[in-house]
Design a protein around this ligand. Sequence first.
Ligand SMILES: *[C@@H]1O[C@H](CO)[C@@H](O)[C@H](O)[C@H]1NC(C)=O
Ligand SMILES: *[C@@H]1O[C@H](CO)[C@@H](O)[C@H](O)[C@H]1NC(C)=O
Ligand SMILES: *[C@@H]1O[C@H](CO)[C@@H](O)[C@H](O)[C@H]1NC(C)=O
Ligand SMILES: *[C@@H]1O[C@H](CO)[C@@H](O)[C@H](O)[C@H]1NC(C)=O
Ligand SMILES: *[C@@H]1O[C@H](CO)[C@@H](O)[C@H](O)[C@H]1NC(C)=O
Ligand SMILES: *[C@@H]1O[C@H](CO)[C@@H](O)[C@H](O)[C@H]1NC(C)=O
Ligand SMILES: *[C@@H]1O[C@H](CO)[C@@H](O)[C@H](O)[C@H]1NC(C)=O
Ligand SMILES: *[C@@H]1O[C@H](CO)[C@@H](O)[C@H](O)[C@H]1NC(C)=O
Ligand SMILES: *[C@@H]1O[C@H](CO)[C@@H](O)[C@H](O)[C@H]1NC(C)=O
Ligand SMILES: *[C@@H]1O[C@H](CO)[C@@H](O)[C@H](O)[C@H]1NC(C)=O
Ligand SMILES: *[C@@H]1O[C@H](CO)[C@@H](O)[C@H](O)[C@H]1NC(C)=O
Ligand SMILES: *[C@@H]1O[C@H](CO)[C@@H](O)[C@H](O)[C@H]1NC(C)=O
Length: 423
Amino acid sequence: MESLTFSIALLILLLNSFAFSLNSDTDKNALISFKNSITSDTNAILSTNCSQNTSVCNWIGVSCGLKHGRVTALNLSRYDLAGTVAPHVGNLTFLRYLDISSNSFVGMLPFELSKLRRLKVMNLGTNSFTGEIPKWLGSLPQLEELYLYNNSFLGKIPSSLFNNSKLQTLQILRLSSNKLSGSVPHAIFNVSSLREIGIGNNSLSGRLPIDMCNNMPNIKFLSLSRNQLEGQIPSNIWKCTHLDVLSLSFNNFSGSIPREIGRLSMLTELYLGYNSGFQGSIPICQNLQQLYLDNNKFTGLIPLNIWKCKNLEILNLNINNLSGNIPHTIGNMSMLRELGLGLNHFTGIIFCFENDDLYSFVLRITHALEGLIPPNIWKCKNLEILELGLNNFSGNIPRTIGNMSMLRGLGLAWNHFTGISYT
Ligand SMILES: *[C@@H]1O[C@H](CO)[C@@H](O)[C@H](O)[C@H]1NC(C)=O
Ligand SMILES: *[C@@H]1O[C@H](CO)[C@@H](O)[C@H](O)[C@H]1NC(C)=O
Ligand SMILES: *[C@@H]1O[C@H](CO)[C@@H](O)[C@H](O)[C@H]1NC(C)=O
Ligand SMILES: *[C@@H]1O[C@H](CO)[C@@H](O)[C@H](O)[C@H]1NC(C)=O
Ligand SMILES: *[C@@H]1O[C@H](CO)[C@@H](O)[C@H](O)[C@H]1NC(C)=O
Ligand SMILES: *[C@@H]1O[C@H](CO)[C@@H](O)[C@H](O)[C@H]1NC(C)=O
Ligand SMILES: *[C@@H]1O[C@H](CO)[C@@H](O)[C@H](O)[C@H]1NC(C)=O
Ligand SMILES: *[C@@H]1O[C@H](CO)[C@@H](O)[C@H](O)[C@H]1NC(C)=O
Ligand SMILES: *[C@@H]1O[C@H](CO)[C@@H](O)[C@H](O)[C@H]1NC(C)=O
Ligand SMILES: *[C@@H]1O[C@H](CO)[C@@H](O)[C@H](O)[C@H]1NC(C)=O
Ligand SMILES: *[C@@H]1O[C@H](CO)[C@@H](O)[C@H](O)[C@H]1NC(C)=O
Ligand SMILES: *[C@@H]1O[C@H](CO)[C@@H](O)[C@H](O)[C@H]1NC(C)=O
């Protein structure tokens, strides 16, 4: 019995080492084919560092598993390589990490890559791949990060990638800067493992599902900017409790911003500019650092309690229909370094920021104000850019502006100043 066990063990060992060399040969052949389909290798990386004589595990960019000696990672990012991806890469069945981003690969993704069942990370960003986003990506059972940004992928984002419980391990999806069209498949918002979705700068249209955040407990980064999306921000946005960055700018969204957005305590950057359709009042979110609402239809007053956004660094309200006085409470927002109030309908006079902590400050107010520029403007001594053009200021330009040593940009054109000019 013992000797039988021993024999079986020995047999398994022999078979294993046989399989080992056979499979290593498979990896080597796959990598040789990969290398052979590269047409340009400006830095001669592959010819000098992938000698047929050395083990592939010592080739540049290749990592192998310790136990089985099989190729587990291929990392050839930023090597200035051009060519196509050989279908043989699909034979690297132990591959967990594939990064050939920032090169000049062309063509379609070979179907054979669907054999990479152990793949966790696929980064093909910044190349010139074309064709539709392959449906077989949805059958990679362990995929966690998929980067296809900045290529020439076209057509629709296949919804079958995500539905029927596919890609349920996916955490990062980056498809931005391609030529994708059609709508954003609602099934994306059902992949509850997702932490980052970037699909900006395509030609996507349609609306967001009203139940968008019902099943996105982990989402931190959501960018849909620079598309042709329309409709409203789903009111259950507050259920995306971990949201840190939300970018919907340069689309055709409209409606008011759900008040509940104020419940997103981790939201630090909110980009809603250039939709020309957002309206209503300005949202107050406690931990925001950057708020872009420019080029929309916001009306009414800037809320007095804007100071509650105490971490705000950038507030851009340019090109809206806001009116009334600019609240003096803005003056005590100590983190603020850029304030855009241009092209609105503010009345009243400019207040001064007396906050010494402002270290680098940009203030743009145009089409809004009248009266005199307050002589105590020099107290904003860290002001770097002061744009007050296209207002109705009159009187003298205060001499004290000359004391503002940090000032590198000053715009005073299109006002009604009188008196002499000086430098
Ligand atoms: C490539 O091989 C050359 C010569 O063996 C060596 O000097 C160089 O460091 C290698 N480059 C990398 C990136 O491993
Ligand atoms: C490859 O290895 C063989 C024997 O190990 C050696 O004779 C030969 O010169 C090597 N070729 C290259 C290109 O290094
Ligand atoms: C891949 O290579 C890039 C650039 O050399 C490097 O920044 C990155 O950490 C590498 N990734 C892995 C997993 O080795
Ligand atoms: C590897 O892949 C290629 C192309 O997909 C195929 O022709 C070949 O038979 C595969 N197997 C081995 C062991 O190389
Ligand atoms: C996108 O790709 C182009 C070349 O195709 C490159 O010049 C540009 O830097 C890339 N952009 C990003 C954000 O990677
Ligand atoms: C899943 O995707 C397929 C193909 O796009 C579609 O026909 C089907 O309706 C989708 N199912 C669900 C539940 O969304
Ligand atoms: C958008 O994508 C195009 C390529 O499709 C690229 O040239 C352009 O730089 C991208 N724009 C931004 C803002 O990323
Ligand atoms: C999301 O998942 C729920 C429950 O699993 C399912 O009923 C619904 O059809 C899915 N929605 C989409 C758009 O796939
Ligand atoms: C934006 O939406 C409005 C209606 O809400 C529509 O009239 C307009 O044509 C849309 N613009 C674009 C560029 O899609
Ligand atoms: C701007 O707001 C005023 C009221 O404050 C309103 O009368 C006017 O119609 C608005 N203009 C636009 C273009 O929405
Ligand atoms: C800012 O101003 C508001 C309203 O006047 C006040 O309640 C708040 O305490 C001030 N905050 C700071 C930090 O000065
Ligand atoms: C500036 O004043 C003129 C008349 O003095 C007035 O017609 C114009 O509407 C004013 N512009 C602004 C932006 O207040």
